[in-house]
Design a protein around this ligand. Structure first.
Ligand SMILES: O=c1ccn([C@@H]2O[C@H](COP(=O)(O)O)[C@@H](O)[C@H]2O)c(=O)[nH]1
Length: 321
């Protein structure tokens, strides 16, 4: 099955929005499988090399688990969301496992989204962006980062903390998803707060994302009819607050929306129609536990995951139209 078109030598000619839409069309899926591997709750069957250190053994088992999940569910998915800390917590072997899993996902034709929720001042943000989406020039030659197709970014530090991600993404034909209205109960603590002008913090964040996205699209070329339907800067919008989706789409008419929170957190695909209104790639549903942990006791986890992913793919297609 075909996957995300590779960024060409001239990434500006193949911007992220167009690549993403093409991938969703080619794979007939807007589903990302989420991988948040817990070394104590992996699918049975991983056999680490003997005499490995705990970190090496755990990283080997995590990578083997992730590879088997991807092999089972890839046909129903357009991409994978790799939760960075689940790998980083195993130290250097965990980071190496993350890179191997990302490479395997690419071999299967999947978009690789690094869920790292980065956010720092401009100079450090540029390093994080290079690590996820780009490369770093060194006196010994350029050093490639993870080579993810997209990364999640926390907006708390403002425009100048997001801009380096937008710049590195644009230079490499990659994408960025900014946390706008998250799926967790604590989203209410800050994101729902009204600002002085009556708008909520998530509405203001959405406006900021739209503005950075428009600037990025303008930098890639004139904003004429050639402009891709989707901007390179997207938003993370929890499926647990579907009442906000119409307003979010109004504020973010061209942003790809990444929708976590379906299944284990209570969100439902049927409530997400507004997210898909801007065409293929406009809404991406990411599901972790309800796919990877779909098996009933005694059931084959791979077969259960495959069925869960296929059923989610079909449910999304029915809603997206
Ligand atoms: O608002 C957000 C942003 C990110 N996540 C991430 O998604 C998965 C949880 O997936 P389940 O399908 O609920 O198992 C995890 O990686 C979170 O960090 C989120 O849940 N909400």
């Amino acid at each position: 099955m075909t996957g995300v078109p590779a960024p060409a030598a001239d990434p500006a000619a193949h911007p992220w929005g167009a690549r993403l839409a093409a991938a969703v069309r080619a794979r007939e899926s807007a589903l990302l499988v989420g991988l948040d591997p817990d070394p104590s709750a992996l699918w049975p069957g991983a056999t680490p090399p003997s005499a490995a250190s705990p970190a090496d053994a755990a990283a080997h088992a995590v990578a083997d688990h992730a590879r088997r999940v991807l092999d089972a569910v890839a046909p129903a998915c357009v991409g994978v969301k790799l939760q960075s800390a689940s790998f980083e917590r195993l130290g250097a072997p965990g980071v190496a496992a993350l890179a191997r899993v990302a490479a395997h996902a690419r071999d299967l034709g999947l978009i690789v989204l690094l869920d790292a929720k980065r956010g720092d001042i401009d100079v450090s943000a540029a390093s994080y962006a290079a690590a996820a989406l780009g490369s770093t020039p060194t006196p010994w030659g350029p050093v490639e980062g993870l080579g993810a197709d997209a990364v999640t970014v926390a907006p708390y530090m403002g425009r100048d903390s997001i801009q380096p991600f937008a710049d590195v993404a644009a230079a490499n034909g990659r994408g960025v998803f900014v946390l706008v209205r998250t799926s967790n109960p604590g989203a209410g603590d800050l994101q729902e707060r009204p600002l002085g002008d009556g708008r909520s913090l998530w509405e203001r964040t959405a406006e900021l994302v739209a503005s950075i996205g428009t600037d990025a699209a303008r930098a890639a070329g004139p904003l004429g009819p050639e402009r891709p339907a989707l901007d390179p800067i997207g938003a993370v919008v929890g499926a647990t607050a579907p009442d906000h989706l119409e307003r979010l789409r109004e504020l973010l008419p061209r942003a790809p929306l990444l929708l976590p929170g379906v299944g284990a957190q209570g969100g439902r695909v049927e409530d997400l129609a507004a997210a898909f209104a801007a065409g293929p790639g406009a809404g991406l549903v990411t599901v972790s536990r309800s796919i990877v942990g779909a098996a009933a006791p005694g059931e084959d986890p791979a077969e259960a995951a495959r069925r869960a992913a296929e059923s989610l793919r079909a449910a999304i297609a029915a809603v997206a139209g």
